[in-house]
Design a protein around this ligand. Structure first.
Ligand code: SF4
Length: 366
């Protein structure tokens, strides 16, 4: 990558020139930008005929979290991660929890400059086991994630992304090949939902999920259930059947509870009855590991051995006491944190029946 001294920014990957303008090939919007224009994500700009990453090395938010908070339940349970976020996003979800971060313009962003090596050094200093790219959409600084992941792995650190999956190949191939773990949001299971609620489209997200699986990334999926918009039993059934058929019955699924926020503040909180109904549909469709997200307590937090029902990982989610703040706004408001995780597994084997549980243990090689 080229460093532009005059603008203090890095040249982006995944773009090409087109009729004197630049076309971004990173996400399905495929923005075409005249000189000086910035993409819909707010993170990439045409500067003198070259696509520039406005976010490379610009860390706006950081925190140390349990991996369960991301949420990831089946990869090295009990690990801690250094979570990092920048500004910008390529979707515009009406219920966005991190709008303060997402909508910040580069000119207003309060960031700490960090190179890939400095990110790794910060993670090692914190004594964490991995680095999580989260808060805003990781796709918009995919170059930094890939560069950092390669160094992190050399130092025994894994890398995870918490992504909306709105990313095109070949960028998706390169990103998922570089990271070990991904939690991908499937925000609804109709194109109408994506268009009206998020400013995107469904099929490309499903393609990205399958790309991650092909690249060998450990994938867990999240679906936020919004009353009346994406939580009808037939839609949930279509979603979970797709997961079973295309991602596999061992793919962990988080059913996330909606809370009113941002431009969806007029929609009521999701009912626990509807959450339980969706859980039942997912289990009946054949998914083996289904959890609740965005809830506090013990309900559907533990992992049971699919062969004998023995509790192999016990978890308890807690109300978050310390919010992660960016300027005057809180980010990730409804993500509970976790009490100590209790693991009763011999590697990935159930100690009671000897059956395999689809969990990557803490001591597995990277
Ligand atoms: S990553 Fe940003 S600039 Fe590129 S196509 Fe998507 S929204 Fe447009």
């Amino acid at each position: 990558m080229n460093y532009h001294v005059n603008v203090g920014m890095m040249e982006a990957r995944w773009w090409h020139g087109e009729n004197g303008e630049v076309r971004c090939d990173l996400c399905p919007h495929r923005c075409i930008l005249p000189d000086g224009d910035t993409g819909r994500c707010g993170a990439r700009r045409n500067v003198d005929g070259e696509m520039i990453s406005l976010t490379y090395g610009k860390v706006c938010v950081r925190n140390v979290d349990p991996i369960e908070k991301k949420p990831i339940f089946h990869y090295r349970p009990g690990s801690r991660v250094l979570s990092l976020g920048t500004f910008g996003c390529n979707l515009r979800c009406l219920n966005c929890q991190n709008a303060a971060l997402v909508n910040t313009r580069v000119e207003d962003a309060q960031c700490t400059p960090m190179s890939p090596r400095e990110v790794v050094e910060a993670a090692l200093k914190q004594g964490v086991q991995g680095i999580a790219w989260t808060f805003n959409e990781p796709t918009v600084w995919a170059e930094l994630i890939i560069d950092t992941a390669n160094i992190a792995r050399e130092h025994g650190l894994f890398t995870m992304v918490n992504t909306n999956g709105y990313i095109l190949s070949p960028a998706s191939e390169e990103l998922f090949r570089s990271v070990q773990v991904a939690n991908i949001d499937i925000k609804g299971f109709t194109d109408d939902f994506y268009r009206e609620q998020c400013g995107g489209s469904l099929q490309e997200v499903l393609d990205a999920c399958e790309e991650a699986r092909r690249q060998g990334t450990h994938v867990e999926l999240t679906c936020l259930l919004i009353p009346g918009l994406n939580d009808s039993p037939p839609e949930v059934e279509r979603l979970v059947r797709w997961i079973v058929e295309r991602m596999g019955e061992d793919t962990p699924l988080f059913l996330y509870r909606f809370r009113p926020f941002h431009r969806s503040a007029h929609i009521p909180e999701q009912s626990m009855e509807r959450m339980e109904e969706a859980y039942g549909i997912a289990i009946k469709a054949g998914l083996r590991y289904v959890y609740f997200g965005g809830t506090v307590g013990e309900s559907h937090q533990d992992t049971l051995c699919p062969s004998c029902g023995h509790m192999v990982v016990r978890r308890r989610s807690l109300q978050v006491a310390d919010k992660v703040c960016f300027k005057d706004g809180e980010v990730s408001r409804f993500c509970p944190t976790f009490a100590d995780i209790n693991v009763d597994l011999d590697g990935d084997i159930c100690p009671r029946c000897g059956g395999r549980v689809a969990i990557v243990p803490r001591d597995a090689p990277l």
